[in-house]
Design a protein around this ligand. Structure first.
Ligand SMILES: Nc1nc2c(c(=O)[nH]1)N=C([C@H](O)[C@H](O)COP(=O)(O)OP(=O)(O)OP(=O)(O)O)CN2
Ligand SMILES: [Zn+2]
Length: 150
């Protein structure tokens, strides 16, 4: 049976600021992120199986990505906790804002690495994460490929 890639698309609104960056993105601002999650596997060949013909039910993939990424990042503001932005983050948190502290600079590159780790942990053994594409603006995106990271 053939190996097949399937992709599910997600979107979420997230704020961030790049501490120490030499451009306008050092300011707190936000993006309508779009995330494409591609997994690879062999479609289930057992005709009595409820998921017959599927690599993974799109609904099951959606649940994993929603719980790990979308529900966590949507309408949150992400700060690198290893920078002085921690003070701003604490102030916002104390005022009831949804703040997410990460241990990396929240660029699209670093976010997509974080997402790959989180999604891989949740996938069934027979399904491999093939790639992720994180679109930050209409013209800017970062991609993670399993084949680049083996
Ligand atoms: N390699 C990276 N460069 C930049 C990142 C990033 O995550 N990785 N992020 C930013 C800013 O957060 C923001 O995304 C601005 O990006 P940019 O594409 O420069 O946005 P513009 O609106 O200026 O893009 P145009 O479509 O060209 O107007 C900065 N760099
Ligand atoms: Zn940005």
């Amino acid at each position: 049976m053939s190996q097949i890639r399937i992709t599910k698309q997600f979107s979420f609104e997230t704020g961030h600021a790049l501490y120490g960056y030499d451009g306008k993105c050092k300011n707190v601002h936000g993006h309508s992120y779009r995330l494409d999650v591609t997994v690879i596997g062999i479609p289930i060949s057992d005709s009595t199986h409820v998921k017959f013909g599927m690599v993974i039910d799109f609904g099951d993939l959606k649940k994993i990505v929603k719980e790990e990424i979308v529900d966590v990042f949507d309408h949150a503001t992400v700060f690198n906790k290893n920078t002085p932005h921690i003070e701003l983050a604490k102030e916002l948190e104390n005022r009831g804002h949804n703040v997410l502290l990460v241990d990396y600079q929240p660029t699209s590159e670093m976010m997509v690495i974080d997402f790959a780790v989180k999604i891989k942990k949740r996938l069934p053994k027979n399904i491999k994460l093939h790639s992720l594409k994180l679109q930050e603006t209409a013209t800017s995106f970062a991609e993670w490929f399993a084949s680049d990271n083996e």
